[in-house]
Design a protein around this ligand. Sequence first.
Ligand SMILES: [Zn+2]
Ligand SMILES: [Zn+2]
Length: 161
Amino acid sequence: MNSEIKKIFIEAKLNQYYNNVCDITNKLIEKYEDLDFKLIFDDEHMLYHMIINNKIDVVIRDDNTFDEIERKLIHSVYNYSQPIDCFICNTSTCLFITCPKCETYICNKCHKKIHIEGKGIFNCPKCEYQMGIKLNRVQLRKSLIKMDKMYEVNKKRRENL
Ligand SMILES: [Zn+2]
Ligand SMILES: [Zn+2]
């Protein structure tokens, strides 16, 4: 691609991203009148951050939808330390993770199942987002022990927020 066209292409993409971010933010401002919203653009990583009440930082990626950001907001503002219902098995628990893409809640047991089935690769049951690397048997066993600690740490962290 010629560099001038490339520049125009990047600008168009950024414009589209900006419009999407504004759209989501405006809808949230309307719906959550009691909250304060600010937008910050991190130009090093080319990412928009939504700062809620001057303390909660929610990253908005260019492919995020309103529902995804609203879920992140509800999770971080209103019920951080509350138990959640697992998307897969419906168990209510405080030991869970959220998908980094769609913020779906997955309990520790289901997360482990996904982890073992994917041999270390996380595959979101809702949005199919994938992350992680393939592990051998020894690495997999070690990572499962680490995970148990991680749920507890995350739970504590949320309680202290
Ligand atoms: Zn579950
Ligand atoms: Zn997901």
